[in-house]
Ligand binder design. Structure first.
Ligand SMILES: CC(C)(COP(=O)(O)OP(=O)(O)OC[C@H]1O[C@@H](n2cnc3c(N)ncnc32)[C@H](O)[C@@H]1OP(=O)(O)O)[C@@H](O)C(=O)NCCC(=O)NCCS
Length: 166
């Protein structure tokens, strides 16, 4: 992970971080983010408090990652996102650092993670494209951007069917 000066650190998200995280996600994704297909899986549900992480530096929020519970063909799984890093803080390893720590924490209780995003980026922490047609997402999604990661051997291969709210 590129954090040569160890200047930013990652810690668990606390309730008091919520306003700064909302502002970050609003800056990065805009208010139209709520219309995205992935948000249909989040509607009316809170992110998993025990998995939310923030990157901070001198008390300032640099980045955030959250995880939502979902179901895939009735089986529990995680949805990663939003992942966001402030525009002037990118390329410092914060995004990958947040994901790596989030994935390690999730490994204890969860079998697989899905997300909608760019494979060249998420591939850095092991996400791969889901086979086309295996999952039915609740809304339009570019199949090349539907990615998954097994947290237990073979877990991803067992996932198929409708992706729904937990
Ligand atoms: C994507 C994002 C989280 C990356 O955060 P970051 O802290 O800059 O990421 P890191 O420093 O850990 O990694 C940077 C590396 O990833 C690469 N990268 C960043 N976004 C990429 C993308 N969409 N596709 C491919 N590579 C990407 C950078 O070029 C850089 O590569 P390098 O290490 O070879 O120089 C950040 O750019 C961001 O918030 N973007 C807008 C929101 C977004 O797209 N979120 C993800 C979708 S949910």
């Amino acid at each position: 992970m590129s954090n040569p000066d160890q200047s930013w650190t990652i810690r668990a998200e606390a309730p008091a971080d919520a306003p700064a995280i909302e502002a970050l996600n609003n800056d990065v994704f805009g208010p139209e983010r709520f219309a995205r297909s992935a948000y249909r899986l989040r509607e009316g549900l809170a992110p998993l408090a025990e998995l939310g992480l923030v990157a901070v530096e001198n008390g300032i929020l640099r980045g955030s990652v959250r995880f939502w519970p979902i179901r895939v063909g009735g089986m529990p799984a995680l949805l990663l996102g939003p992942l966001a890093v402030h525009g002037d803080q990118r390329g410092r390893g914060i995004g990958v650092g947040l994901m790596q720590q989030g994935i390690e924490q999730a490994r204890k209780d969860w079998d697989a993670i899905l997300l909608v995003g760019d494979e060249p980026y998420y591939g850095k922490v092991g996400f791969t494209k889901m086979p086309e047609g295996r999952l039915q997402f609740p809304g339009p999604v570019d199949p090349a951007r539907l990615l998954g990661l097994s947290l237990k051997d073979g877990a991803l291969e067992k996932l198929s069917g409708a992706v729904t709210r937990a």
